[in-house]
Design a binder for this molecule. Structure first.
Ligand code: BES
Ligand code: MN
Ligand code: ZN
Length: 508
């Protein structure tokens, strides 16, 4: 199996024109009247090539636009890439993150093994240098990512590694920039790690192999420990939801529990992160149509977002106690599957009438949520590719967020702003919850045809008692990302969002 491209990042004190590199990257705004300093210096040495490009209208500086020029003997870089940032007044950290992603993606396409970024010099002092460098580092990891571990053909020398540096001629800035780069690499690499595991297919990632992966992560990460409940333990505990969903598959279910306990966080709140990991969702006896069913290997992505976030949180050494709770099961039709009409007794003791075996995510999450409550988490955030309805409602650019506590929801909205992983608040409870009541059990696992994301959330809310809780439905943002950031497959959504959330909890 091939290794994923190794992306590494650092910082260097050098002038852009003196920077020896395969690809030097500078940023420009649209509608700018003059060239910014770094660009102007380069333009002079390139004999006015940048100015000419702009004058001809071949480069407008709009967001996401790129153009590559070639170096000469007056500059040290082999190539210069212009990246558009759009209008200056509209630029956010996410603009820089995306621009860095574009640049790294292009570097991979050009097989440029070294990439030097002076992107940030265009924005001046608009942002804190540490936050800016973190966003750029995250972007580089995103854009430099390709999922090709199973392609055995040699593709005439795909890069083994991409070495990236953030360059600045001002020595005073370097300390903050390198701190940001360091944190951004941790988060970016955790996200790439998550994408790789999410991209692996159902015959490779089973509940057991996912548990092994979590154990491996914990064994090499300071402060992180891992325990795993197998079928026997799940039975002993009475985790009927996870067992029911897993009952149709030879690949038996697991509950994976990661625990991060840093030194010096004995007081403060305990955070519970819960993520749905259905390693393959065929729908079970209520089987899905065959078109695009392969996409359902991504139905483990919520659990993997939690895994990736736990990696980032621990490696950043955040001073907050965090549980990462990942119920893992494969939803398959067989003679041993759970069936429509079954009544399942969940870990909490609440009973659920199964009306559709394809509404399985909530059946594994309800046990995991109750487990989080029992661990005395002060707040619980779950994340899942839970409903097609959420995709219909919000499309592929925002996840849905629902919950029982407005304070926690605004914290998640803030984390979404910081991380660039967007959320949109949707309603739950009340009338939506009424739809989930059964005539023959406490609850049923589906509501009416309408508002499926909201009814699903309302179901989950019944398993958290009075604990502050929020639910993130990430179905759209994970599964339909094809073109947005280059390459196909998992977006790794949630790693940055959850890490930012825990980071913000620490600050308070
Ligand atoms: N994993 C799916 C949700 C999903 C669907 C994610 C499409 C991404 C794209 C989930 O388990 C599911 O099947 N949900 C059903 C629920 C329904 C049976 C109440 C759905 O949304 O159709
Ligand atoms: Mn399903
Ligand atoms: Zn599912």
């Amino acid at each position: 199996m091939k290794k994923i491209i190794d992306v590494s990042l650092k910082c260097r004190n050098v002038h852009a024109d003196k920077c020896k590199t395969d690809l030097l990257c500078v940023a420009l705004f649209s509608k700018a009247k003059t060239l910014e300093k770094t660009c102007e210096r380069l333009d002079k040495k390139l004999g006015g090539a940048i100015a000419k490009l702009i004058k001809l209208g071949d480069f407008k500086g709009s967001e996401g636009e790129i153009a590559v020029l070639y170096g000469n003997n007056k500059i040290s870089a082999k190539r210069v890439m212009l990246v558009g940032l759009g209008e200056k007044k509209k630029v956010t950290l996410d603009t820089l993150r995306s621009a860095a992603s574009k640049a790294a993606s292009k570097a991979v396409a050009l097989k440029a093994a070294t990439l030097s970024l002076a992107l940030h010099s265009a924005v001046g002092d608009k942002f804190d240098n540490e936050a800016l460098a973190q966003a750029i580092a995250e972007g580089v990891c995103i854009g430099g990512y390709r999922y090709d571990e199973y392609i055995t053909e040699s593709e005439n020398g795909r890069l083994g590694s991409l070495k990236v540096e953030l360059i600045d001629s001002n020595l005073a800035k370097l300390e903050k920039l390198s701190k940001g780069i360091k944190n951004g690499s941790v988060v970016g690499k955790a996200q790439s790690y998550a994408r790789t595991i999410a991209n692996r297919p159902g015959n490779v990632i089973t509940p057991a192999s996912l548990a092994a992966e979590a154990r491996k992560l914990a064994s090499r990460t300071k402060g992180l420990s891992c325990s795993v409940f197998d079928k026997k333990k799940l039975t002993a505990k009475g985790m009927g939801g996870i067992l029911a969903v897993g009952s149709g598959s030879k690949n038996e279910p697991r509950l994976i529990v990661l625990k991060y306990s840093p030194n010096g966080a004995a007081k403060g709140p305990v955070v519970g992160l819960v993520g749905k990991a259905v390693t393959f969702d065929s729908g079970g006896i209520s089987i899905k149509p065959s078109a695009n069913m392969d996409q359902m290997k991504f139905d483990k992505s919520g659990g993997i977002a939690v895994l990736g976030a736990m990696k980032a949180i621990a490696e950043l050494g955040l001073k907050v106690r965090v549980y990462g709770i990942i119920p893992a099961a494969e939803n398959m039709p067989s003679g041993t599957s759970y069936r429509p009409g079954d009544i399942v007794t969940t870990y909490s003791g609440k009973t659920v009438e199964i009306q559709n075996t394809d509404a399985e995510g909530r059946m594994i999450l309800c046990d995991a949520l109750h487990y989080a409550v029992k661990q005395k988490c002060d707040m619980i955030i779950d994340i899942a590719t839970l409903t097609g309805s959420c995709v219909v409602a919000l499309g592929k650019y925002s996840a849905g967020v629902m919950g029982n506590n407005d304070g926690l929801i605004s914290k998640i909205e803030q984390a979404a702003k910081d991380s660039g992983e967007k959320v949109w608040h949707l309603p739950s409870g009340g009338d939506y919850l009424e739809e989930m009541k059964s005539k023959i059990a406490d609850l049923k696992n589906i509501g009416s045809r309408w508002g499926g994301a909201c009814t699903a959330a309302s179901f989950l809310g019944e398993f958290v008692g009075k604990t502050k809780w929020a639910h993130i439905d990430m179905a759209g943002v994970e599964m339909f990302v094809e073109s947005k950031q280059g390459g196909v497959g998992s977006s790794g959504y949630g790693v940055r969002l959850l890490t930012s959330l825990v980071q913000n909890i620490k600050k308070k």
